[in-house]
Design a protein. Structure first.
Length: 278
């Protein structure tokens, strides 16, 4: 499918900005960027109707590399900003980008309530199980016995955060997992997430070659779920608990009411001012 604007047909490269990415060589985020542009082109979305919001971290640089509206915000607060934007501009396609630290630690509380509200947002979390920008500390999704960080030389000893399980329990209506090493499949998953009416959560396994070189093995560890998405949360929970965290595809998709604030002015300014003076 092609993308039509007043200027003609848009291709994936037309969704990239003039700014050159500065991720480390071999970083999985390059492929995520490519998958995002392919998804936008496939959906024929006008660039002026798309907004990307991010927090802080390597992954949160994504909006700078896209030829769409973008906001690089505060650490862990991308979902809050994106929710405000969607509230006042429901006509925009709003996509949120972040990482496992930004999204599940500092922004963990916002993640819970974004799932619960079910606004029409797409949330892409590039999960490399490490704080890459700050030189390799353990993140919420890091295994408890990972000992490569000088901050936790004996490991954290803390169980991993389970993004899919938390998203399901909190009320997300679309849950999927992709892998940057499979960019075509990831692009297809992102198309489905953006088309979904409601809060769509996509966890992307995106290796960090600098601080987690062992993640090169992910290409042999990932596997398709080999089942179609379910709309039954009980079945979805069963699949999540039986999974090793490396299964790929759309796990859960449910049609539920989308929450959108009513922005109509129902009170006169004069009445509001009078109430303040009481």
């Amino acid at each position: 499918m092609s993308s039509q604007t007043l200027q003609g047909v848009l291709r994936p490269k037309d969704y990239t900005s003039e700014m050159r990415p500065v991720w480390c060589p071999g970083c999985g985020h390059y492929a995520v960027l490519s998958a995002v542009t392919k998804a936008l082109a496939y959906l024929a979305l006008p660039r002026e109707q798309v907004a990307f919001v991010s927090g802080i971290g390597c992954s949160s640089r994504l909006p700078a590399y896209l030829a769409a509206y973008g906001l690089h915000g505060v650490h862990g607060r991308a979902l809050a900003v994106a929710s405000g934007l969607k509230a006042v501009r429901p006509d925009l396609t709003v996509v949120v980008a972040g990482g496992d630290g930004d999204g599940f630690a500092i922004g963990g509380n916002h993640f819970l309530h974004a799932c619960r509200r079910n606004m029409d947002l797409t949330y892409i979390v590039m999960d490399n199980r490490v704080y890459g920008m700050t030189k390799g500390q353990a993140s919420p999704t890091t295994a408890p016995d990972w000992t490569k960080s000088p901050m936790t030389p004996r490991g954290t000893g803390i169980r991993r955060f389970q993004p899919a399980a938390i998203a399901l329990a909190a009320g997300a209506s679309f849950i999927a997992r992709g892998y940057s090493g499979h960019p075509a499949d990831l692009a297809q998953t992102l198309v489905m997430a953006i088309e979904h009416r409601g809060f769509a959560f996509v966890q992307v396994l995106s290796p960090c070659q600098t601080f987690r070189p062992e993640q090169r093995d992910w290409k042999r560890e990932v596997h398709d779920w080999k089942v179609s998405a379910t709309d039954d949360p009980v079945e979805a929970a069963r699949r999540i608990q039986a999974d090793d965290g490396m299964g790929l595809g759309v796990l859960f998709q449910q049609v539920v009411e989308v929450w959108q604030p009513n922005n109509r002015v129902e009170t006169r300014v004069e009445a509001f001012e009078e109430a303040l003076l009481l």
